[in-house]
Design a protein around this ligand. Structure first.
Ligand SMILES: [Zn+2]
Length: 163
């Protein structure tokens, strides 16, 4: 059995590795992740370069085999499944972001919809501005940021539950 991510196919082995890393995060509190690599001939996505992060961040190598293209990252959150602003930007750039969440016990993939190029670059620019402000955001700006994240996810991504 395979899982469709729009036009892509997520391999069963990749899904079991996702579940495995989610369990490890639940046991250790550390983020885990791997790169999502797309074989353009078969349209299959394979997980590569598994890594273990700190309790808040994971960074993979963003490397795929020669015949593949890099689409994004799967990573786990010790907390909930909402993507961070960084996750959203990475999803816009690569096309796919998958997040396993310990708190919700879910694995979700956010797959980018078709976006006019100009619109996309404006959204990314706004998002990066908010990321750069980081902890210096006022309470109002925090709420604005949360609303903006919600808006981008609903408008530009299809959310797919991985079972
Ligand atoms: Zn994240």
């Amino acid at each position: 059995m395979t899982t469709k991510l729009n036009s892509f196919i997520l391999k069963d082995g990749t899904i079991s590795l996702m579940k495995d890393l989610l369990e490890r995060t639940s046991n250790t509190g550390l983020e885990h992740g791997f790169d999502l690599c797309l074989n353009q001939k078969t349209q299959k996505i394979t997980g590569r370069n598994t890594c273990i992060g700190t309790n808040c961040e994971v960074s993979t190598k963003a490397e795929c085999k020669r015949e593949e293209i890099y689409k994004g990252v799967y990573h786990t959150h010790p907390s909930g499944s909402e993507p961070s602003m960084n996750d959203i930007v990475a999803g816009l750039v690569g096309g796919v972001q998958c997040i396993g969440a310990v708190k919700d016990n879910t694995i979700k993939c956010y797959v980018k919809k078709k976006i006019p190029e100009k619109e996309e670059s404006i959204v990314i620019e706004e998002a990066i501005k908010l990321i750069k402000k980081g902890y210096r955001l006022t309470v109002d700006e925090m709420f604005m940021k949360m609303g903006f994240q919600d808006y981008i996810i609903k408008k530009y991504f299809e959310t797919i539950d991985i079972k």
